[in-house]
Write a protein that binds this ligand. Structure first.
Ligand SMILES: C[S@@+](CC[C@H](N)C(=O)[O-])C[C@H]1O[C@@H](n2cnc3c(N)ncnc32)[C@H](O)[C@@H]1O
Length: 257
């Protein structure tokens, strides 16, 4: 279902200015926020979710892989602001990869089609893997984590953020701990994600009206986490939680953490 959904969105809605598909993050008043160029301000909350997921991990000079890169906004943000040596976006959706290749390619940046659970890269190819609001789509989180462990170089970092049903959070913690990577820190960022969804609600509704054909807008609003829809209410009630974690692969070579 997810594959058909993302494939269709990438093929039918080509607007290059639609760059992100995540719920965003807003810290409490006075919390640290990244400095952005005016051109990126419209995507501030979505970018802040990336910033929160990456946290203290230093990507400067590193080979970075983003898994589930979607419409490429996050890969482009990492490449333009965080100083990596190379940035590769991987996504299952061929139409999203084609869109990114058309609109977001820059020196040192590449977009590749492939599955998070069987990545088309040799062992130990990257210093860091970033994964934002994508892993809930995967049939096997264990298979994905095994691939992250395989493609990371010794000393590499895994930066993750995603939504989960509250009943599945314990299982997720077990999976992270059984991955062969070391969990450096984990946090529940639900409050900050809800804050972003509320502050950005009118902007999201406007984007849906601008880009989505009228008949599909009722389907798109829950998908976008609009106030009052299923996932928004689930995050408010505690039935769903938004989590973030950073993990480390043993070794010191090119350490990102
Ligand atoms: C909610 S979007 C998030 C995109 C991006 N990370 C962002 O924050 O804007 C989830 C993305 O994960 C991708 N995805 C889902 N299953 C995947 C898989 N098995 N392998 C790679 N990408 C996958 C989808 O195609 C979609 O682009």
């Amino acid at each position: 279902v997810w594959r058909v959904c993302y494939e269709t969105l990438g093929a039918r809605i080509r607007a290059p200015e639609w760059a992100f598909m995540n719920y965003g993050y807003a810290p409490a008043d006075g919390g640290p926020v990244p400095r952005l160029d005016a051109v990126d301000e419209a995507d501030r909350y979505c970018i802040q979710l990336y910033d929160r997921a990456i946290g203290p991990v230093d990507l400067a000079g590193k080979d970075v892989l983003e898994v589930g890169s979607g419409r490429g906004g996050g890969t482009s943000y990492i490449a333009r602001y965080l100083g990596p040596r190379t940035t590769t976006g991987l996504d299952f959706s061929a139409s999203a990869v084609a869109l990114c290749t058309r609109h977001r390619r820059a020196p040192g940046t590449a977009f590749v089609q492939g599955d998070a659970q069987a990545m088309p890269f040799p062992d130990e190819s990257f210093d860091a893997v970033v994964n934002v609001e994508s892993s809930h789509c995967y049939a096997s989180m264990d298979a994905f984590l095994a691939e992250v462990q395989r493609v990371l170089r010794p000393g590499g970092a895994f930066c993750w953020a995603d939504i989960r049903k509250a009943a599945k959070v314990d299982r997720l913690h077990q999976q992270l701990r059984a991955s062969g990577l070391t969990v450096i820190d984990e946090e529940d960022v639900t409050v900050g994600v809800l804050r972003a969804l509320s502050v950005d609600n009118e902007h999201r509704l406007g984007q849906i009206d601008r880009w989505i054909p009228r008949a599909f807008r009722p389907l798109m609003r829950p998908f976008a986490g609009v106030e009052g829809t299923k996932n928004f209410v689930g995050l408010q009630s505690g039935d769903q939680r938004y989590l973030s974690a950073r993990l480390h692969k043993a070794g010191t070579a090119n350490a990102a953490l």
